[in-house]
Design a protein around this ligand. Structure first.
Ligand SMILES: Cc1cc2nc3c(=O)[nH]c(=O)nc-3n(C[C@H](O)[C@H](O)[C@H](O)COP(=O)(O)O)c2cc1C
Length: 221
């Protein structure tokens, strides 16, 4: 697979084949390739926890039960978007919940159930928790982001699907307890990893992008 094809075909998968394991060697190779990502002063600030098997069953059960409880606190990472960006979230919601899952706007229970699937890692056989040192400032998350995109492209090349999930960072205490993540690491996000269920309706859509002119200024003179 050429780089361009990997970049263009990578997308967020939100339903996986739960019983089709990703061989550890495939994961190890992608993790190894991702280490070539750039980082500030070569600090390589990414710290990953790869959760599988019984450990993942425990994590997704605890997270789901916590998030789905009637008195669940709102997730810590669920930041309100500034008004100028809210339309993007609406557009994504319309695609995922409306067009692909056929849920009416008024179907609050259906939409909540779909959202809560995040906490089950979308049935993926592998869940990753991405962290960095809690002593680092926000800009170090740039390095982790570069590492993660490299990882996702390496997985794409290997035919493995993925979805980055800020939702997983929404209940850090649960994740920390279940995975044994030390207090000196900040939990940035989760990633579901596995072979995509291509027959699942949720995986059939692709969200668009703004044209480059909307996001880029050329300063030549
Ligand atoms: C930092 C970050 C956090 C994200 N969090 C979530 C999430 O919690 N749940 C989810 O379903 N998708 C999540 N996504 C996936 C985005 O919705 C997705 O990348 C975006 O809509 C573009 O679609 P694509 O990845 O299919 O190209 C996240 C992506 C990033 C980069």
């Amino acid at each position: 697979m050429q780089l361009e094809e990997a970049i263009k075909t990578r997308h967020s998968s939100r339903q996986f084949l739960p019983d089709k394991e990703v061989p550890r060697a495939v994961l190890e190779q992608a993790l190894q390739l991702a280490t070539y990502a750039p980082s500030n002063s070569n600090t390589q600030a990414w710290r990953l926890f790869v959760v599988r098997g019984a450990a993942l069953t425990r994590l997704r059960t605890a997270l789901y039960d916590h998030a789905a409880a009637p008195d669940a606190p709102p997730p810590a990472a669920a930041t309100e978007l500034p008004p100028a960006l809210q339309a993007y979230r609406s557009e994504l919601g319309a695609l995922l919940y409306g067009e692909l899952l056929g849920l009416a706007r008024s179907d609050a229970a259906g939409r909540r159930a779909a959202l809560l699937r995040n906490y089950r890692f979308f049935n993926a056989p592998v869940g990753v928790v991405a962290c960095m040192s809690a002593d680092l400032r926000g800009e170090a998350a740039l390095c982790v982001g570069m590492y993660l995109q490299t990882l996702l492209l390496a997985l794409t090349e290997a035919g493995v699907g993925s979805c980055v999930q800020i939702a997983i960072a929404g209940y850090p205490d649960v994740v920390r307890r279940e995975v044994g993540i030390p207090a000196d690491l900040e939990i940035l996000c989760g990633i579901s990893i596995g072979y995509e269920d291509e027959a699942a309706a949720i995986n059939r859509g692709r969200i668009g992008r703004e044209p480059v002119e909307r996001t880029t200024v050329w300063a030549d003179e």
